[in-house]
Design a protein around this ligand. Structure first.
Ligand SMILES: [Zn+2]
Length: 210
């Protein structure tokens, strides 16, 4: 664990938790609070959903986010927008050049299609999202396109997507300021069939400062 995990983070730490490899996590982040996500060991994809606390029918929209910023990558300064086009969170700071929001979340269905029937019983991000959402009464109907922090999904000139070796590294972080009261739902991605986690899922650290 890096000792400078809190460097540059403004305010008082009100939550600090390690999310184990392959595990789900959910937390309310109030408007004005900052969530720092630390890629503790490096190249760990963190699948991420955002729901408005007031009405979870309003949730993160990658389409609105991409259209408003006119760029497919999430970088420092990106505003994460809702299905109503409203700012939900802003990326204050990140040492990673860009983060993905088009690669989607791994699931039993996508694993068996891409990697074969023997992967059917492997744990997936959709499993984690369903587990974490169940506490708030959300179901499969509430699965929605996500963000993949620290995941590298390059888009070629002809539009081809890749899921390739990460551009993150141990100890790097992303800081998100909540622009409204939100519930964030995380899957610490358990994928082992492609390089999104370096074939080795690892813990991440979540710090909330107010
Ligand atoms: Zn995943």
């Amino acid at each position: 664990m890096k000792t400078d995990a809190l460097s540059g983070l403004k305010g008082r730490v009100i939550h600090d938790q390690i999310v184990l490899a392959r595990a789900p996590w959910s937390h309310v982040v109030r408007a004005g609070e900052t969530l720092r996500i630390i890629d503790v060991e490096g190249n760990q994809a963190v699948d991420f959903l955002i729901y408005s606390l007031e009405d979870d029918a309003e949730r993160y929209s990658f389409q609105d986010t991409i259209a408003a910023q006119r760029n497919i990558y999430l970088r420092a300064g990106s505003i994460l927008r809702s299905t109503e086009g409203r700012p939900m969170m802003t990326i204050l700071d990140t040492a990673v050049a860009y983060h993905d929001t088009i690669g989607g979340a791994c699931s039993c269905e996508s694993n068996t299609l891409r990697y074969g029937h023997h992967t059917r019983a492997q744990h997936s991000c959709v499993d984690n999202f369903l587990m974490a959402n169940a506490a708030d009464g959300r179901t499969k109907r509430d699965m929605t396109p996500n963000i993949n922090w620290f995941m590298n999904v390059p888009v070629e000139a002809d539009g081809t997507l890749g899921i390739v070796d990460g551009i993150s590294a141990a100890g790097l972080h992303v800081d998100l300021r909540a622009e409204m009261d939100v519930t964030v739902v995380v899957s610490n991605c358990p994928q082992i069939n492609n390089p999104c986690n370096g074939f080795n899922p690892t813990p991440v650290r979540m710090i909330v400062a107010a």
